[in-house]
Design a protein around this ligand. Structure first.
Ligand SMILES: *Cc1c(COP(=O)(O)O)cnc(C)c1O
Length: 214
């Protein structure tokens, strides 16, 4: 944890680390919190509900996986940040279920891979403009996943593309969409993400390990 913080600080200060705990249990998650982790990320409703039930700590909870509209009512009261807003129907359901504004990242498919969730880059600004009427949604930033490749140049281009778009949205000055944050970078590529302007990195294996594989 301290090593990771130092490493990121050398690249850019102020990057927040989300410990992705989807492959570990509540005990390991609590260990990470004792070691100083302040942000926890889960990608499935079941995992989030289980950990929220077992862990009582002063941390922020992030939902980082794709979210089915029918599960919104189960998770929306348990999270501080949603990283996967990618469609109008999901926005509508959040608007209906949330009791307070939710900090959302709009997920962007920068690399254009078929298998990836998220909006095409050119669809992002029109989508965000449509969210003005949704007072339960606060667009605090954009999120992306790097392509599955060893080609560092491709990964870097993806992150640089997200950063550019994030700054473009921020410059619109929309009160409900400050869009100051970039959620990008995982165990294999967080250094590149940090170099390209990440403000949140989402790190699982390299930080808390994976008990399912152990
Ligand atoms: C699992 C996951 C991560 C973390 O992956 P690692 O490679 O274990 O660091 C980050 N973001 C999302 C959306 C994930 O599903």
């Amino acid at each position: 944890m301290d090593r990771l913080t130092d490493e990121l600080d050398e690249i850019q200060s102020g990057i927040r680390i989300i410990a992705v705990t989807k492959n570990v249990g509540a005990d390991r998650t609590e260990e990470a919190i004792r070691a100083g982790i302040r942000h926890i990320g889960e990608n499935r409703a079941e995992g989030l509900i289980e950990k929220r039930g077992k862990i009582d700590a002063d941390v922020s909870w992030h939902f980082i996986g794709s979210l089915q509209s029918r599960k919104v009512k189960d998770v929306i009261h348990l999270i501080d940040f949603l990283h996967s807003l990618d469609r109008k129907s999901l926005a509508k359901e959040i608007q209906k279920r949330a009791e307070r504004p939710v900090n959302c990242f709009v997920q962007v498919n920068v690399s254009g891979e078929q298998s990836k969730h998220g909006l095409a880059p050119e669809a992002v600004i029109p989508f965000i403009k449509e969210l003005e009427a949704y007072d339960k949604i606060r667009v605090i930033g954009l999120m992306t996943m790097a392509p599955n490749t060893d080609d560092e140049q491709k990964i870097r281009q993806t992150f640089a593309g997200l950063k550019k778009l994030q700054l473009e949205v921020a410059s619109l000055g929309l009160p409900y969409a400050p869009c100051t944050e970039c959620s990008m970078g995982m165990s294999n590529d967080y250094r590149i993400a940090a170099e390209e302007g990440a403000t949140f990195v989402r790190i699982g294996t390299a930080l808390v390990g994976s008990e399912s594989e152990a």
